[in-house]
Write a protein that binds this ligand. Structure first.
Ligand code: SF4
Length: 272
């Protein structure tokens, strides 16, 4: 674990690199990779590629590039960040919501915004990631996303040996439920690795508590980086249900599994 000053210097250095926008060796000339997009590679990597080639919306990476100057130079932003770091390093319990996390792995800058991180004793002990879906089970991309946030906390210099992460999955109608805010204190009271079910005002949330395994996370990240460093082409999903649900690209994607199946009109496909 490194000290507060070194951690802030490390953070500022990465912001500086993002702002400098140097020529990138990565696919699509990306100079920073975003955790949510890396996690989507585990849903369908072909879709990630097609989003990049067909998407027009401003990506988080573009936004971060624009905001890097503000993050770096605006005194108020800097002061706020230093205040948060000071609170964390004081050892008192701190719940940081929507915290920007940055790290460098094998020369590639990775960024992400974690829903909530709870620090205690000067290091992170719990990370919370919220998902809203009627299928209240976690999928591999949900785990990868939370694990990468945990790994970024390690890269930022914190001791993550006691870190756990909780995937909180609630139906979409619970999105504005005030009870969601109380979940972190509920989980902290019983932090065993297990599944919990919590009653909210508007429905029930499932909570899946997991230990952070750094080796596993690095392997997942290295696999994902193989696409960005152009060592291999995009890997399409092997699940036909995902192609059936892929509104944007199912008609134009050359890897769509629907092309090889003559679907019966009455067939309903589950996204697995
Ligand atoms: S159609 Fe299927 S393979 Fe193609 S991007 Fe969509 S989900 Fe992926």
């Amino acid at each position: 674990m490194i000290g507060m000053k070194d951690s802030l210097v490390r953070f500022d250095q990465l912001i500086r690199e993002i702002a400098a926008k140097e020529e990138s060796r990565l696919r699509f000339k990306a100079n920073v990779l975003v955790v949510s997009e890396i996690a989507q590679q585990y849903y369908c990597e072909k879709k990630v590629e097609m989003n990049r080639t067909h998407g027009e919306e401003e990506t988080f990476e573009m936004k971060l590039g624009k905001e890097a100057h503000e993050l770096l130079l605006k005194e108020t932003v800097k002061v706020k960040r230093e205040e948060l770091w000071r609170k964390i390093y004081s050892g008192k319990p701190v719940a940081a919501r929507e915290m920007l996390l940055l790290g460098k792995h094998n020369g590639v800058i990775i960024a992400g915004v974690a829903d909530a991180v709870v620090f205690y004793g000067g290091f992170p002990i719990f990370l919370f990631e919220h998902k809203f879906s009627n299928k209240q089970v976690p999928f591999i991309d949900h785990h990868v996303q939370a694990e990468l946030y945990c790994y970024l906390l390690h890269l930022m210099g914190w001791d993550t040996s006691k870190l756990k992460y909780a995937l909180v999955i609630a139906p979409p109608k619970c999105r504005d439920d005030k009870e969601l805010r109380k979940i972190s204190s509920y989980v902290l009271q019983q932090p065993r690795e297990e599944k919990l079910r919590v009653k909210l005002q508007t429905g029930n949330a499932n909570i899946y508590i997991n230990g952070f395994d750094m080796r596993k996370t690095i392997n997942e990240l290295d696999w994902a980086l193989g696409f960005w460093t152009q060592e291999r082409p995009a890997k399409p999903t092997t699940k036909i249900g995902k192609c059936a649900a892929c509104q944007q690209f199912k008609e134009i994607c050359e890897s769509s599994l629907l092309r090889s199946f003559n679907l019966n009109r009455n067939t309903s496909l589950e996204v697995l």
